[in-house]
Design a protein. Structure first.
Length: 79
C-alpha cells in the first residue's frame, strides 16, 4: 500500500499518456450498473402497474433501458 494520498495518486495517473482515458473508462464502468439498475427498476414499476406486457413492448422497453443506461453512463463518465 502506498503512503501517498488519493489526490496525489490521481494526479500522477492523469499525468501518464493513458491516464485520462483510464479515468473515463473507470467512471463508465462504475456508472453503468447504477444506471442500468435504476432504469430497469422504473421498467419493473411499469410492469407492476400492469403496463408493457406485450412482447413487442417488452423488447422495446428492454432496448430503451439499455440505450438510456449507455447514454447516461457516457454523460457521467465524461464529466
Amino acid at each position: 500500500m502506498s503512503s501517498s494520498s488519493f489526490p496525489t495518486l490521481l494526479a500522477s495517473l492523469e499525468a501518464t499518456q493513458y491516464g485520462s482515458g483510464l479515468i473515463i473508462v473507470a467512471k463508465y464502468l462504475l456508472a453503468f450498473p447504477f444506471f442500468f439498475h435504476t432504469f430497469n427498476g422504473v421498467r419493473h414499476l411499469a410492469w407492476d402497474m400492469g403496463k408493457g406486457f406485450e412482447l413487442k413492448q417488452v423488447y422495446a422497453s428492454g432496448y430503451a433501458v439499455l440505450a438510456s443506461s449507455i447514454l447516461a453512463s457516457l454523460a457521467v463518465a465524461v464529466m
